[in-house]
Design a protein around this ligand. Structure first.
Ligand code: MG
Length: 372
């Protein structure tokens, strides 16, 4: 039985190691909403909300998540006995539609708290079995194929197990071909379109079929399944769905329609770890490989992702880059690292999420806080 007595929300501004360019402009820091849960015995658990500043990836933002947690979610879990972290998802779903990232932030804090309380690793509690997980690297848009080749060569040499190229109409086949020629036929290369194409672009996407990509991620609309099914029928390359996978039911729909053959699983996008584990189990039963995507998390969100990715169905490299890839200095110790073979070690031997929060650093980075 879980009895939460306090939820502390913080917004931190975490400086990025190098500026992050998106369609919306250039970011030099990441606004992150952190949730710290405390139970009646003083056990602590941390969760991180993956919502961004703007609704460019998903409808939620830092502001909407802050509001959803304070107004609707916290009152449903504070000071009332809860069976355990696995029951939070249904509790939230009953009364609050949408807002999966806000729900996940609270739910994941409860999972971490429960793991600390039981003195076991979060990975163990979720059913993880893999001692280490392969790591992939995302490469953003480059001005020309030569610039891209220089980057993919470097990251391949650093040991990353997969290189994922961002693509969009007009910046696709020529770039992917250059990367393929540079790395050779055996390197794991994939592409992520973040919904930049329409069905009318099917010829441009079919032009990628001969380049040996392990998958094309989310070529079409962020909430689409039907058009992806039509596209998959004319593409040999497996389609991987990311933005479209918002629940277990959407996975069932994907399977029924044939909208994709791989799933990028992000706990924040599906409402938390319980839903993510359920999706993992369903995909595994259907022989669909899953891997863990990234949302520019701090070391807290990364910890939850690593624990999840230790489950046996995570057979493909995850976007689990080490802390130094993004941050001047992370907010956890030890920071997340990757070995020379391109793997991150799952901290099965440490309680909870396996890293400790650097409270002084979090305090220094906090720009607002509320205690519920
Ligand atoms: Mg993606």
């Amino acid at each position: 039985m879980l009895l939460l007595r306090k939820l502390t929300l913080r917004e931190i501004h975490l400086p990025l190691r190098e500026p992050f360019r998106t369609a919306g402009g250039t970011q030099t820091l990441r606004r992150i909403l952190l949730v710290e849960a405390e139970d009646e015995d003083g056990h602590i658990g941390w969760g991180e909300c993956v919502a961004q500043e703007t609704p460019s990836y998903a409808p939620e933002t830092v502001e909407t998540a802050w509001h959803a947690i304070t107004a609707w979610l916290a009152p449903r879990v504070l000071h009332r006995p809860i069976e355990g972290p696995e029951s939070l998802f249904a509790l939230f779903e009953r009364d609050v539609r949408g807002h999966p990232m806000a729900k996940a932030a609270v739910e994941m804090a409860a999972w971490e708290l429960e793991a600390r309380r039981r003195n076991v690793s979060l990975a163990r509690m979720l059913g993880g079995t893999q001692p280490r997980v392969p790591v992939g690297r995302v490469v953003g848009f480059q001005p020309d194929p030569d610039a891209l080749v220089a980057l993919v060569r470097r990251h391949h040499a650093e040991g990353y197990r997969r290189i994922k190229l961002k693509i969009r109409p007009g910046a696709d086949a020529a770039f992917v071909r250059a990367a393929r020629e540079a790395l050779g036929p055996d390197a794991d290369l994939s592409a992520d379109a973040n919904g930049a194409y329409t069905l009318d672009d099917r010829d441009a996407l079919r032009a990628l079929d001969d380049l040996g990509l392990s998958m094309i991620e989310q070529p079409l609309g962020w909430d689409d399944l039907v058009r992806h099914a039509a596209l998959q029928q004319v593409l040999r390359t497996p389609i991987c769905l990311d933005e479209s996978i918002t629940s277990l039911e959407r996975v069932d729909d994907m399977i029924a329609l044939g909208s994709g053959r791989v799933v990028n699983l992000k706990p924040g996008r599906v409402g938390g770890l319980a839903a993510a584990v359920a999706i993992h189990d369903r995909c595994r039963a259907h022989g669909i490989p899953v891997w863990c995507g990234g949302m520019l998390e701090s070391g807290i969100g990364r910890a939850h992702n690593v624990a999840l990715a230790s489950l046996p169905g995570f057979t493909l490299p995850g976007d689990l880059s080490p802390s130094r890839r993004y941050w001047e200095q992370d907010i956890v110790t030890p920071e997340w690292t990757m070995d020379a073979d391109g793997y991150v070690t799952v901290p099965f031997d440490r309680p909870g999420m396996g890293v400790e929060v650097d409270r002084d650093r979090v305090e220094n980075l906090t720009v607002r806080r509320t205690v519920l």
